[in-house]
Write a protein that binds this ligand. Structure first.
Ligand SMILES: Cc1cc2nc3c(=O)[nH]c(=O)nc-3n(C[C@H](O)[C@H](O)[C@H](O)COP(=O)(O)OP(=O)(O)OC[C@H]3O[C@@H](n4cnc5c(N)ncnc54)[C@H](O)[C@@H]3O)c2cc1C
Length: 584
């Protein structure tokens, strides 16, 4: 696979040329801001074009071509990239201080083109291991082959091939030929994995692995996928916003937008699986909260398709009842039925997926280079070099995951028949405040959900009353208030799995018993080949696609879809590191 890093993406002409060469291509483009989709020449790219919001946007165009659009200032973005790059195309503002970062990203023999480089940059690149010379072609194209240039290098200093000193800042072609020992190239992984758990986390992992050519055995203790946390009739999808654009906000933005792109690629919400991108209105709780919501929007100046303010008048019109404060409107948000999404993802796996359902995995044993997965009676269920624990609330049953600090949070959703005499509000979009209410689907309106600290699996009247009381706060009026007396006890209980920081765990599982003194995440010992996708808490719909993509990128040693700081925030080793740092 060829990895290209380009800080002058423009309208994408060089990307289109690189793609036309064929083969697997991973193209990373950095831009301070994205032009509107209409300005993008290529039709397929235009259709997948992200909204202009900060952060990393992974656009998977097909199994061969991936484009990462990294929105932000180059100097802030470069150190956040985790990739091994074969070719760089750099803009004139590239600073000498970045040379070392570029060298860290470069594979031995990587080519680099920079326009109008000054002498300081050439020296810095040379010191970092790049052999530089003045480019023959001021408009280096993706076809350039700087390996050939390496033989005529003039080293540092702005001289042309004849040794003449150059007056103006010329274009530079370079090749990375470091004399320092290089990291050993990672061998291609053996593309066989066992995934434990067929909820949102496991189904997404299976889908991304199979798309990358892996053979996957999916073990699930129920006869069907999505029978536990992912078994709700409707889940809501929307991003988080905050005034300081904190870590959960940035992560949820990347995950939400990636999920929307991936669902579009599958055929669309409501087409490929049950649901609707009907919009989500998140009402303010009171005047003060309305001001906080408005400030957050003003601070980040989001495109209106991402998030905008709906004032009280508009919000009242949307929900068909007077509401005093207005709220955030996420026009592309909505609801989806997780089981339907899981089925669609598993169907996309095709022949590469083997389902082993109605089977509980309880024991993992590393034998040679494989993990053996065994059941209650000790019988071997499956084996592979890679195992991914996506078993939600069941993760603690596996010894290697037992020390992860994951909590189970009970949640009860109330199901309200849309055609009952005392009918619930029939809304055109999802509305939420402390709770949510969905538009009707298959004759049911979902309202919920509670957060309880017990593990009672049975429906409770008290939880239903709590849901209905919150619903009455969202949609005022006698009709909704009457539901507290008329609605039959109906709904579903599930258990969210949450880490103390409420962020998912995506990556290699830490080896708790073998951990000594730890300073950094890189010191945390890991079980070889054992990974997890856990702790999706209340946002499994949006976490699942991006977390699976992150893990599969790690397994394949391909560029990561998120900033390094965000990848660290998701590392399953973070709790062990914190624990040891406190104790040291
Ligand atoms: C009441 C409630 C409301 C929610 N609302 C929303 C919402 O609006 N929006 C949203 O995005 N998210 C919502 N969530 C959260 C979302 O449902 C979860 O984040 C998501 O379903 C988690 O998916 P998962 O695959 O990690 O876990 P699960 O769906 O629980 O999947 C784990 C799977 O592993 C299997 N398993 C476990 N142990 C074993 C074993 N040893 N061997 C074999 N199989 C095993 C289980 O049977 C299960 O199928 C809600 C959750 C609840 C409970």
């Amino acid at each position: 696979m060829r990895v290209v890093l380009d800080t002058e993406f423009g309208s994408g002409a060089r990307f289109v040329a690189a793609r036309a060469q064929g083969g697997r291509l991973h193209y990373i483009a950095i831009a301070a801001a994205l032009p509107p989709a209409a300005a993008v020449g290529d039709a397929q790219l235009r259709a997948a074009w992200p909204l202009n919001v900060p952060g990393f946007h992974r656009v998977i165009l097909n199994d061969e071509v991936t484009l990462d659009l990294l929105v932000g200032a180059v100097d802030a973005v470069l150190p956040q990239i985790a990739a091994r790059v074969n070719a760089f195309y750099l803009s004139p503002e590239v600073a000498p201080a970045w040379a070392r970062t570029l060298a860290k990203l470069a594979v031995q023999g990587a080519t680099l083109h920079v326009r109008a480089a000054d002498e300081a940059l050439v020296w810095a690149l040379t010191a970092a291991g790049f052999v530089c010379r003045i480019a023959d072609d001021a408009h280096a194209s993706a076809n350039d082959n700087a390996h050939a240039d390496a033989g005529v290098s003039t080293g540092a200093g702005l001289r042309d091939e004849a040794g003449r000193r150059c007056a103006a800042a010329p274009d530079i072609a370079a090749v990375y030929l470091s004399r320092k020992p290089q990291p050993v190239a990672q061998a291609a992984p053996v593309r066989r994995a066992v995934v434990i758990g067929a909820g949102l986390a496991g189904s997404s992992a299976a889908q991304r692995l199979c798309a990358r050519g892996w053979q996957v055995t999916l073990i699930e203790r129920h006869a069907q996928p999505a029978q536990e946390a992912s078994g709700n009739l409707a889940g809501i999808f929307m991003p988080l916003l905050s005034k300081d654009d904190n870590l959960p906000t940035r992560l949820s933005r990347a995950a939400y937008l990636f999920a929307l792109r991936e669902w579009r690629r599958m055929g669309g919400v409501g087409t490929a699986f049950l649901g609707a991108d009907c919009g989500v209105l998140q009402l303010a709780r009171d005047d003060r909260h309305a001001k906080v919501q408005q400030h957050a929007l003003a601070q980040w100046n989001y495109p209106p398709q991402y998030a905008r303010w709906a004032d009280a008048q508009e919000a009242s019109a949307l929900i068909g009842a007077p509401t005093p404060h207005g709220g955030w409107l996420f026009a592309q948000g909505g609801w989806a039925r997780p089981s339907s999404l899981c089925e669609a993802m598993l169907a996309a796996c095709g022949e590469r997926l083997q389902r082993v359902f109605h089977t509980e995995a309880l024991d993992l044993l590393r034998v040679d280079d494989d993990w053996q997965v065994r059941g209650a009676d000790g019988a071997l269920i499956a084996q592979a070099p890679t195992v991914i624990l996506a078993s939600g609330a069941g993760a603690g049953q596996i010894a290697q995951a037992a020390e992860l600090p994951l909590a189970k949070l009970r949640g009860q959703v109330t199901h309200l028949p849309a055609d009952a005499a005392a009918a619930p509000p029939l809304l055109p979009l999802v509305v939420c405040r402390e709770a949510y209410v969905t538009p009707p689907s298959d004759g049911i309106v979902c309202a919920g959900a509670t957060y309880d600290n017990d593990d009672d699996p049975a429906l409770r009247a008290s939880s239903q009353q709590e849901n209905l009381a919150r619903l009455a706060e969202i949609i005022p009026g006698d009709a909704v208030a009457a539901l507290a007396h008329t609605a039959p006890l109906a709904g579903r209980v599930g258990f969210r799995v949450a880490a103390p920081d409420r962020l998912p765990l995506a990556g290699a599982l830490p080896d708790y018993p073998n951990a000594g003194r730890l300073e950094f995440l890189s010191d945390v010992p890991r079980h070889p080949g054992l990974h997890c996708l856990l702790g999706y808490a209340s946002r499994g719909l949006i976490w699942a696609p991006l977390m699976a993509e992150l893990l599969v990128s790690q397994l394949e040693n391909t560029p990561l879809p998120l900033e390094a700081a965000l990848v660290e925030a998701l590392d399953p080793g973070r709790f062990l590191l914190k624990q040891r740092r406190r104790a040291q």
